[in-house]
Design a protein around this ligand. Structure first.
Ligand code: FES
Length: 144
């Protein structure tokens, strides 16, 4: 059976199935980094902890760092009271920035706003920033 003997509608169907499969594979490869970025942090394990010197986070300021390969932030709300959270916006995954004068986070992509504790204040984000466990051990803030 040569190529001339295959009916054109079968050939067209085969090519459409192959194109759909290839398109699906390309979409899955392209979406993987975004899905991994938006996935919740895994919990537990001493290796998942990050230590930050207390002196690097003054009262009312935010300190950004990497946690499990993704952006995170710790804020000192009042003297000795720290909160830590993911810095990845829960809308479409942009990294929020700290607005020192307002004491809140702003997402640069669509204007989502979050409180210093990560609660949604406005804009399209559907949920708060993912919180992380925080403990103060001596002069270190231990996150995770
Ligand atoms: S990605 Fe943050 S508001 Fe859209």
């Amino acid at each position: 059976m040569d190529a001339e003997s295959v009916p054109s509608n079968q050939r067209r169907k085969f090519l459409m199935v192959m194109a759909a499969g290839l398109g699906g594979a390309v979409a899955a490869v392209a979406a993987w980094p975004l899905l991994r970025f938006l996935a919740p942090f895994s919990s537990g394990g001493a290796s998942s902890k990050v230590s930050i010197p207390r002196k690097e986070v003054s009262v009312g300021s935010a300190h950004f760092f990497q946690y499990q390969g993704r952006p995170a932030v710790v804020v000192q709300l009042t003297v000795g009271q720290f909160v830590a959270m993911s810095a990845v916006c829960t809308h479409l995954g942009c990294v929020v920035s700290w607005q020192q004068g307002k004491g809140e986070f702003l997402c640069p992509c669509h204007g989502g706003r979050f409180s210093a504790e990560g609660q949604v204040l406005g804009g399209p984000p559907p949920s708060p920033l993912e919180s992380l466990a925080v403990a103060v051990e001596g002069d270190q803030i231990v996150i995770g």
